[in-house]
Write a protein that binds this ligand. Structure first.
Ligand code: DOR
Length: 455
């Protein structure tokens, strides 16, 4: 079993040698060495081969990609309230296994994150039990009930990094307008779950001929697009920082593209599953492929990839939504929506790179500097000297079979069980500490070299 926990007594210095260093924030893509000291990036030497700094551990990374730790703008850690699905401890360890060193956790917990006390609770559990950086998202509406605004002032003072009622939309346009006004004044994003629930009501998969064939009620693309369109209009009216979550349709991509052309302040994310899978995954009534928004068509997938490439979609976010076996071991209609995605994100997305559909550097930018820019942070998502030593080393060509039983996440709900993915995280460093390493890596005592490959 691969290790993912804080490895005690780690010395402050680490040298990662001979990897392909990719840091889109600095326009770097070159073979070299990365030197980490006291939890920060100390030096990046792309003319590698110089003398070894003294008193440090060495990881040989030949053939590997070395890049900033991934930032997930959208995941569900489920604590407080749904600890049977996930906890901050298990979710952040799963994040480390997936190469993520920063995760923004959604507020659809119990109680929901609509009070400073809940934010404080999440921060204190994360400080004690978390493996990577946890940035809480606060609710837009009190209790996520949709009828009155949460206390944005209180939540922002307690340190939330964005607001969202994710899992549910904000149905009332007046409330969304006020939320965007607060977003403008506080300069924090609204992470917008776009869904016309009257229209999607009872739907369990993408609307279309496949849903008809399977005799399942569909969720029309326009249930998402009509709310994307409304909120673009509201953002044009009042400003604010609108961020569209889990974009799933070609029509939404088109709407966001034209909003950006109008210079409306808007950003957007897509998930690895919407970028790589289609509604056919539902065939056989596979509840692990039931997700909201639903997996769509091949045309939608192509439009999302184009949107990533031309900058309409700024970031890739997992929407990691762990559920228990019981939540999924039932009739398709009754099953919970959601996919456990932290541990398969890189492997899934690398398929797009191997197929020549997405450039590797661009993929990394969508997981690092682009989400960092949305968070307005320049100390993460980059390998600039002085930045936090959040680093992922991955083997772009390593093939592995997805076995949900090996997930660190409590959520084993993946539609990828048994699939072969090509691309695997080998080491994750969070603030200079090795928080995950693959079984292939031997952690040697200080002064010996840690061989990843070759060496
Ligand atoms: O599939 C989903 N699951 N979509 C959401 O918006 C919420 C999430 C959850 O919380 O399980």
């Amino acid at each position: 079993m691969a290790k993912t926990k804080r490895l005690a007594n780690q010395p402050g210095n680490l040298l990662i040698r001979g990897g392909r260093i990719i840091d889109p924030a600095q326009g770097i893509d070159a073979t070299g060495d990365l030197f980490i000291s006291e939890g920060k990036i100390a030096r990046l030497n792309t003319n590698h081969g110089g003398p070894l700094p003294e008193n440090c551990r060495v990881i040989q990374a030949r053939g590997m990609v070395v890049c900033p730790g991934f930032i997930d703008l959208h995941c569900h850690l489920r604590q407080p309230g749904f600890e049977e699905k996930e906890t901050i401890a298990t979710g952040t360890r799963a994040a480390a296994r997936g190469g993520f060193t920063t995760v923004c956790c959604m507020p659809n917990t119990n109680p929901p994150v609509d009070k400073a006390a809940v934010v404080e609770y999440i921060k204190s559990v994360a400080a004690k039990e978390g493996t990577v950086r946890v940035l809480p998202v606060g609710c837009i509406t009190a209790g996520r009930k949709g009828s009155e605004l949460a206390d944005f002032g209180e939540l922002s003072a307690s340190g939330v990094i964005a607001f969202s009622d994710d899992g549910s939309p904000v149905t009332d346009s007046n409330i969304m307008r006020s939320a965007l006004e607060y977003s403008r004044d506080l300069s924090l994003p609204i992470i917008d779950h776009c869904e016309d629930i009257a229209f999607s009501q009872g739907g369990v998969m993408n609307e279309g001929s496949l849903a008809n064939k399977l005799k399942l009620k569909g969720i029309p693309a326009s249930a998402e697009e009509s709310v994307v369109a409304r909120d673009i209009r509201l953002a044009r009216l009042v400003g604010g920082r609108l961020h569209i979550a889990h974009v799933s349709t070609a029509g939404s991509v088109k709407l966001i593209r034209s909003a950006k052309e109008e210079a409306i302040s808007i950003t957007a994310e897509a998930t690895p599953h919407h970028l790589t899978l289609t509604e056919e995954k539902v065939i056989g009534y596979n509840t692990n492929a039931k997700v909201n928004p639903p997996l769509r068509t091949a045309e939608d997938v192509e439009a999302l990839i184009s949107g990533l490439k031309d900058g309409v979609l700024d970031a890739i976010a997992t929407d990691h939504a762990p559920h228990t076996a019981k939540d999924k071991s039932c009739d398709f209609t009754a099953a919970a929506f959601g996919i456990s995605g932290l541990e398969t994100a890189l492997g899934s997305l690398m398929r797009l790179v191997h197929l020549g559909k997405l450039d590797l550097v661009m993929l990394i930018s969508k997981l690092t500097c682009e989400p960092a820019a949305i968070l307005r942070r320049n100390d993460i998502g980059t390998l600039k000297p002085g930045a936090a030593a959040d680093v992922v080393i991955f083997d772009p060509n390593k093939e592995w079979v997805v076995n949900p039983e090996e997930f660190i996440s409590k959520g084993k709900n993946t539609p990828l069980a048994g699939c072969v993915l090509k691309g695997k995280v080998i080491v994750t460093s969070y603030s200079g500490e090795v928080v995950y390493k693959d079984d292939s890596v031997k952690l040697e005592p200080v002064s010996k070299q840690i061989g990843v490959k070759g060496g």
